[in-house]
Ligand binder design. Structure first.
Ligand code: ZN
Length: 274
C-alpha cells in the first residue's frame, strides 16, 4: 500500500477584518521533496518571509497558486514570486485587467507539491475565477472563499454568481472530503454537514425571496424586498444584504422563476407563475 502524507502548514496573513476574519490563510503544502503555496495573502514583509522560510524547509516552493484574485489572497503574490522564483498560477490571467498570473491552470489539472498531486477544481460562484485544490489521497480540500471557517461567504454580482456558487457546492458534495481548509478561519472537519448547511441556508433565503414576492400585491424593488427578506438581519447590514438579494434574484431569473420588469437590477421584480 502506498503511504501518502501531505504536510500542511497554515500561516495567517496579518490582514484581519470584518471580511477576512482573523486574516487570510496562507498554506504551504507538500512533502519533504517540495511544496506549493496556496494563497500568499497580503503583501507583508514578515508574513512573506515566514512563507518563504516554511517553503524552503519543505524542499522549496515549486509554485504559488491563488484560489481567486481578491486582494487579500493575491496581494503578496508578486513579491513572493520575486523572492522565490516560483511561478504564480491561477485560473484567469488578468481577471481585473492587470495580468498577475505567470501561467494558467484549468479544471482537472494536477499540480505537484513534491510527490503529492493536487487537482484543480474550477469552482466559480464567490468569484468567476475561483478554484479549489483537491488532494484525493487524504481527502483534504483547499477551498479558498467557497467556504468560510466561520459563517458564510458573500456572493456579490456581477463577479459573484449564486447559481454558479450553488453548482460548485453541489460538485464538492460529490467528493469524499475529510477536511476543508478555508481561505479564512479554522479547518472544517465535518465537510458533508457544513456543505449541506451552506446549501440549505441559500435555498432557505431563496424561498424567502419567492415568498416575499408572492405575498406582495405588486412587483417589488430590491429596496422593498430587503427589509422583508432580511428581517432577521441588523439594519446596518442591509446594504450588504441588498447585494446578496440581487444575487438570489439573478439566479431565480436564470431559473425562469422571476423576471425584472424595468430599469436596472434594482427592479421592480415579479414572480413568473408556472
Ligand atoms: Zn474573496
Amino acid at each position: 500500500m502506498q503511504v501518502t502524507s501531505l504536510s500542511v502548514v497554515r500561516l495567517i496573513a496579518p490582514n484581519p477584518g470584518p471580511m477576512t476574519g482573523p486574516g487570510t490563510n496562507t498554506f504551504v503544502v507538500g512533502d519533504p521533496t517540495g511544496c506549493i503555496v496556496v494563497d500568499p495573502g497580503c503583501d507583508d514583509v514578515d508574513h512573506l518571509a515566514s512563507v518563504a522560510m516554511t517553503g524552503a524547509a519543505l524542499g522549496g516552493i515549486q509554485a504559488i497558486i491563488v484560489t481567486h484574485a481578491h486582494a487579500d489572497h493575491i496581494g503578496g503574490a508578486a513579491a513572493l514570486a520575486q523572492q522565490t522564483g516560483a511561478p504564480v498560477l491561477a485560473l484567469v490571467r488578468a481577471p481585473d485587467g492587470v495580468p498577475f498570473a505567470d501561467s494558467l491552470v484549468a479544471d482537472g489539472d494536477e499540480i505537484l507539491a513534491g510527490t503529492q498531486a493536487l487537482t484543480v477544481l474550477a469552482t466559480p460562484g464567490h468569484r468567476f475565477d475561483h478554484l479549489c485544490l483537491w488532494h484525493a489521497p487524504s481527502g483534504i480540500l483547499f477551498a479558498g472563499d467557497l467556504v468560510a471557517g466561520v459563517g458564510t461567504v458573500v456572493i456579490i454580482p456581477p463577479e459573484g454568481d449564486m447559481r454558479a456558487y450553488l453548482a460548485s457546492l453541489a460538485r464538492l458534495q460529490t467528493l469524499p472530503i475529510t477536511r476543508i481548509w478555508p481561505g479564512h478561519g479554522p479547518a472544517i472537519d465535518d465537510p458533508p454537514a457544513r456543505l449541506a448547511g451552506y446549501v440549505a441556508h441559500r435555498l432557505a433565503r431563496e424561498a424567502q425571496v419567492l415568498a416575499a414576492l408572492r405575498a406582495a400585491s405588486q412587483p417589488q424593488t430590491v429596496a422593498q424586498l430587503v427589509p422583508v427578506v432580511y428581517a432577521d438581519t441588523d439594519a446596518s447590514m442591509h446594504a450588504w444584504a441588498a447585494k446578496s438579494l440581487l444575487a438570489h434574484l439573478l439566479k431565480l431569473a436564470e431559473d425562469g422563476r422571476v423576471r425584472r420588469l424595468a430599469g436596472d437590477d434594482a427592479g421592480p421584480w415579479e414572480l413568473v407563475e408556472a
